[in-house]
Design a protein around this ligand. Structure first.
Ligand code: ADP
Length: 732
């Protein structure tokens, strides 16, 4: 099927021909035949790298050429950036004056982002889309084309319900809108397609052949063939890696935990290093410099050591600079091996010749080590083979016995992926979505609410009478906590509206309001407020390790009057939770007291990326606390409100209060600000009054120069558009 036969604008056709796309892949042809370009809804359940994104692009561009607007929903922020970068290349397509405009929504949750509406394509995560709907962003109604990437995540307990409710709302809001859903191949794809009233394109076709095999005793066994692997190292997976490199390929290795991914990268590194040529070594040394420059912890040194050897580890504990260096270094074929946790499989587009799945078990807090679902296996294996670059891709599971090997063939390689199931049925999932559904006027009565629920994927799969009790419990909770009022009708209160637009769980809202009312101004410390937000279900919690119990217990004893509530007694079950909350609050406390990242990561046994993630969530919740304190102001002390507002800033910058003025200058982080402050340059004015050589000595000549430029801009000495020299608050 030649793309010149497509019913798309000439400009769009030329764009693709210029980028070397001439013919459609078979599943793409099927999508066209099923009405992709005629505005039909469609679910494309096909493997990664089989051209799903291209389908979405064609439909979006066609719609835009006739005045439409597209929303592209992704599950992760990293994916949002990836898609945004890709779609930006459409700016040269002149299907409308000025070319196609693309925007990305990554700002605070409590915002409308009205300006984003000027774009033709808007990329956003499902949470952000939900939040834009809650804030009644006006351009949402102008959307004509919705793309939902990775729609099989409807099955995820923590993200699925949001995606499901968001889609239901969008379908109600824009009934004529075209929906294009993209999915991995799951068992019941037809069911999702049915729910979306769309045609289904289901295919296992791939542009690059994928061979799935199992390694046992020196051989990789495929269906009908076998490959001998030379034994050069003790570790069998390392031998498979070396074999891949010898054939000129790269390797992705999936491990069950972060710790294992680090130790594998180290172990493989000593052997991989022996295979590197001189130019590659030089290129790797450059990457190492970047890692050291962007790292404040010992973990950064570990990563640097691996990368010098041509290997790397990748997991959510890395900071974003390191993650990027590793990903780009791998794409550029400088880094030969990445060993990662399974999260990478769901995220980025990082294919490799060979994928090794070293562990098909994963730790589950309730059941111990458990085999992963087939879907997860398929997602990992599917990363093998770079389209147009590798002649084929191979995925390799590792078995220890013949029995295990046949089990792996039966249960993974030859198995079909599981069905996916809506997770909307629980009170925890429903509470927040019921509130927002009412606040945004999608339902005004209990009957209306039922009608709304009837339109969800949950109702498509289940009889709804089963969740009526849960719905009523949620309504009771919301009424009881002053978020809803009215008998026959369901009316949101001011508090209910605020909780919905702040994008917090109503249970978090209730905890915070209650805590603020109880708090006594004279007893309040940073810990009081930090513990309050760490107690909410929206906060991510640190795990308790056995070595923590004594330490945390002592801290709770010593600081017991700092909490708004009396700590539970140590024999009670709740005490376990309480300790985890306090431990989490202690991490944030260290962060705002300027403890170094190296100290924090060691003390709490987390990565730099985790510290930033905790700080991000804490900042958002402290912002919510600040807004809620404004609402209940008459019932509490003004001192508390001020304290909360200051903490929000301190969490943003990771700094003590005395530094807030200095860290607000763009380009000045907490470490440099502290150096300036301790040398007597305590305010912006003091820096202005000093000279650049003094400042250079403290923070280096490059940053000093930038700092003075920045200050010149903010004092209006130099004209410069909207730049005001003050960093903007964003969630990203
Ligand atoms: P997916 O979204 O399924 O992972 P993409 O749409 O990103 O896959 O496609 C993967 C790669 O294949 C991209 O580089 C894309 O440009 C290329 N591609 C997609 N469709 C075609 C085609 N019909 N012919 C040639 N290359 C294609």
């Amino acid at each position: 099927f030649d793309i010149t036969n497509l019913d798309i604008p000439e400009q769009v056709l030329r764009f693709y021909l210029d980028s070397g796309i001439e013919e459609l892949y078979p599943p793409q042809v099927e999508a066209i035949e099923k009405g992709l370009l005629d505005g039909n809804n469609l679910l494309a359940a096909i493997p990664t790298a089989s051209g799903k994104t291209l389908l979405a692009e064609l439909a979006m561009l066609k719609a835009i050429s006739s005045g439409g607007k597209a929303l592209y929903i992704v599950p992760l922020r990293a994916l949002a950036s990836e898609k945004f970068e890709r779609f930006r290349s459409f700016s040269s397509i002149n299907i409308k004056s000025g070319g196609v405009r693309v925007g990305i929504s990554t700002g605070d949750f409590e915002s409308k982002d009205e300006r984003l509406g000027f774009n033709d394509i808007i990329v956003a995560t499902s949470e952000k889309t939900d939040s834009l709907l809650r804030n009644e962003t006006s351009w949402m109604q102008d959307i004509t084309t919705i793309v939902v990437d990775e729609v099989h995540l409807l099955d995820s307990a923590n993200r699925g319900p949001t995606l499901e409710v968001t889609l239901t709302k969008l379908m109600k809001l824009n009934p004529g809108c075209q929906i294009i859903a993209l999915s991995a191949t799951v068992g019941n794809a037809y069911e999702i397609a049915d729910w979306l009233k769309g045609k289904l394109v289901l295919s296992e076709w791939r542009p690059t052949r994928l061979q799935e095999g199992v390694y046992l005793n020196g051989n990789i066994n495929f269906h009908g063939s076998q490959k001998r692997i030379e034994a050069r190292a003790k570790d069998e997976a390392v031998n498979v890696v070396l074999d891949t490199l010898e054939e000129g390929g790269q390797c992705l290795v999936f491990e069950s935990s972060r710790k294992n991914s680090v130790s594998f990268a180290k172990r493989a590194g000593t052997k991989v290093a022996e295979t590197l040529d001189e130019p590659t070594r030089k290129a790797l040394d450059e990457l190492v410099e970047g890692i050291i420059e962007n790292g404040e912890t010992e973990a950064a040194n570990e990563l640097a050591k691996c990368v010098r050897n041509g290997t790397a580890f990748h997991h959510a504990g890395l900071n974003s600079a390191h993650r990027r260096i590793v990903e780009d270094g791998f794409r550029a074929n400088k880094i030969k091996v990445i060993s990662s946790t399974p999260t990478l499989a769901a995220g980025l587009n990082l294919p490799a010749r060979r994928v090794i799945i070293r562990s098909y078990r994963r730790y589950d807090p309730n059941y111990g080590m458990q085999p992963i679902p087939v879907l997860d296996y398929k997602q990992m294996a599917g990363r093998a083979g770079r389209p147009h670059l590798d002649p084929y891709g191979e995925s390799v599971l590792i078995a220890k016995s013949y029995n295990e090997m046949t089990g792996l063939f039966d249960n993974y390689i030859d198995a079909d992926a599981e069905d996916i199931w809506s997770k909307l049925g629980s009170e925890n999932a429903l509470r927040t979505h019921i509130l927002s559904t009412i606040v945004n006027g999608f339902a005004t009565t209990r009957e209306g609410l039922l009608e709304f629920i009837e339109a969800t994927f949950f109702a498509h799969q289940n009889d709804t009478w089963g969740i009526m009790d849960v719905v009523d419990e949620c309504l009771y909770f919301l009424r009881n906590h002053g978020m809803l009022e009215g008998e026959g009708t369901l009316l949101p209160t001011v508090l209910g509206r605020l909780v919905s637009t702040l994008y917090i769980d109503p249970l978090s809202g209730a905890y915070i309001v209650d805590g603020l009312k109880k708090a006594k101004a004279e007893n309040i410390t940073d810990m009081t407020l930090l513990h309050l937000i760490c107690k909410t279900p929206d906060m991510r919690q640190l795990y308790m390790r056995s070595s923590d119990y004594e330490v945390i217990n002592d801290i709770i004893m010593a600081r017991s009057d700092e909490f708004v509530e009396i700590p539970p007694r140590s024999k009670e079950v709740d005490y376990e939770w309480f300790m985890a909350e306090v431990k989490t609050a202690l991490l944030v406390e260290d962060w705002i007291n300027e403890k170094s990242l190296d100290q924090i990561t060691k003390k709490f046994n987390v990565g730099e990326g985790d510290v930033h993630a905790f700080a991000d969530i804490a900042e958002w919740l402290m912002h919510a606390t600040s807004r809620l304190s404004g609402l209940i102001a008459p019932e509490m002390s003004q001192d508390i409100s001020n304290h909360v507002a200051l903490l929000e800033k301190r969490i943003h910058y990771g700094a003590s209060s005395d530094l807030i003025e200095l860290v607000s200058i763009r380009g000045i982080g907490r470490v440099r600000a502290r150096k300036l402050y301790d040398s007597g340059l305590k305010t912006v004015q003091a820096i202005r009054n000093s000279d650049i050589s003094t400042v250079s000595e403290l923070i280096g000549p490059k940053t000093a120069r930038k700092l003075f430029e920045e200050l010149a801009i903010s004092s209006g000495l130099r004209p410069s558009g909207s730049e005001d020299g003050i960093k903007s608050r964003t969630m990203s």
